[in-house]
Design a binder for this molecule. Structure first.
Ligand code: DQA
Length: 141
C-alpha cells in the first residue's frame, strides 16, 4: 500500500503561523516525523504541499493508479473548494481528511468541510498525530 499525503495552503508556514493554534513544530519537522512514523508502519509515503488549488487538484489526479490511499489537509480550501471535492470523487482512491486543529471548536466558517463528504473519514484536533491516525485507518481499510 502506497499513500500520498497532500498539504494545502499555509501549512508550509507551520512553526511560524499562529503558534497558539498550530504549535511550534515546523513543516519540515512534521514531514520528518511523518516519514519516520510511516516507516515504522511499513507504509511507503510521499508528501506534497501547495498553496495553489489547481496544483492540489493535479496532485490528486496524478495519484490515480499510483497510490492506494490519500491523506489530505486542504487547509482553508476545505471550507469552500468544490473542485477539490470533485477531484477526490474522480479518482476513487480511499481518502482521509486531516486537520491539525479541531475545526469544530473554531470560527463558524471553519466548521463546515465541503471536501469531507468525498472522503471515507475525517480526523481533526490531534495535531500531527492525526496523520498517523489516518495512516493506521487506511491500513485497516
Ligand atoms: C487547518 C484548518 C483550516 O481551517 C485552516 O484554514 C488551515 C489549517 C488545520 O489543519 O487545522 O490552514 O486545515
Amino acid at each position: 500500500m502506497k499513500v500520498l499525503i497532500i498539504n494545502g495552503p499555509n501549512l508550509n508556514f507551520l512553526g511560524i503561523r499562529e503558534k497558539n493554534v498550530y504549535g511550534n513544530t515546523t513543516y519540515e519537522e512534521m514531514c520528518s516525523y511523518l516519514y519516520k512514523e510511516a516507516k515504522k508502519l511499513q507504509v511507503p509515503i510521499d508528501i506534497v504541499q501547495s498553496n495553489i488549488e489547481g496544483e492540489i487538484i493535479n496532485f490528486i489526479q496524478d495519484a490515480y493508479d499510483k497510490y492506494d490511499g490519500i491523506i489530505i489537509n486542504a487547509g482553508a480550501y476545505t471550507h469552500y473548494s468544490i473542485a477539490i471535492f470533485d477531484a477526490i470523487k474522480s479518482v476513487s482512491i480511499n481518502t482521509i481528511e486531516v486537520h491539525l486543529s479541531n475545526i469544530y471548536a473554531r470560527e463558524e466558517f471553519r466548521q463546515k468541510s465541503v471536501t469531507a463528504p468525498a472522503c471515507i473519514g475525517q480526523i481533526c484536533g490531534f495535531g500531527k498525530y492525526g496523520y498517523v491516525m489516518a495512516l493506521n485507518a487506511l491500513l485497516q481499510k
